[in-house]
Ligand binder design. Sequence first.
Ligand SMILES: [Zn+2]
Length: 348
Amino acid sequence: MKLTIAKNMQNSASTIAIACGVYRFLRYLNRKKVRIIMYHNISDYPTKWTNKKSSLNVKVNVFERQIKFLKENYNVISLHDLVEHQIPKNALIITFDDGFYNNYRAFQILNQYDLTASFFIVADSTINQKINSKEKLSYIINKKGEKYVELVFKKRFPNHYKKLNYFKAKDNNNYMSEAITSLLTKKEIDVFTSYIFKEKISKLETRSIYLNRKQIEEMTSKGMTIGNHSLTHPILSKLNISDLSIELAQSKKQLENSIKKRVDCFAIPYGITESYNESILKEIKKTGYSVSLTAISGLNDKKYNIFELKRISVIDEPLNAFKLRIEGFYGFLENLLTKVKFLRIAIK
Ligand SMILES: [Zn+2]
């Protein structure tokens, strides 16, 4: 109910904003900036492999409407155009993270509109079709609920158990996956998720989670960029230097051998501030990448750092809201609200 009210409010806010010319004004202000938009799943059904409560699933017809709009109103460029400073006015780059199987449908639609995009693949998942810990965890939470995972967690990690309240207070809808990824080491996460994933699931269920080699070969041949999104999707800032090098370099080599092409674009797993630091950005550069992307929300102005690009995460929403989102309207509002909150605290 709350969600519907919030959604309706957002819909009417965006309709009013569009009617008042806010979108056109923002588009004019941003004309020299580069918008990089980020998708995850393009599917008519919520997948079992992404947290049900996350908004990272865009329906196929909504996606197609968005792509048609972008084709008609923006200059869609590739990441390599950005590296070479070939940036027209109203430039926009389309990206996909995690390499889900349903991205193939997105590729077909993009191809139909003669647009290019970058697909960031988790090497181990695509090349070896191994289900990574992030997806295992989402699957179990979707199927059995947070409480079940919490009980198992309590038994295995009694020392960390007290800290769960902090994550519950922060985001009560999604506290277990946040707590697990924040509190445990990569090894602990892998062992724990494999342990809770032990129940038998049918072959049919695990088939077609990720894009396969044949698909990415076809996508590359039709002008799509394949980028790397690490070997196993860990939080890079938690790794020691040798594990970091495996995640950055080994996966790059595997992908390059697979698609017989240089892979020089990288998307940082999770991409939030806590997931990387300055020395990781240096290591990405040293490994031979020309560009790397975060998931920090925003547009890129002319002072952008090519190894720390911002993106805008697209959700399933009406076209008017999408128009405002890609011009950074909601990010701006959120920033403003946070500032007002801080100001109120400061005054108190
Ligand atoms: Zn990812």
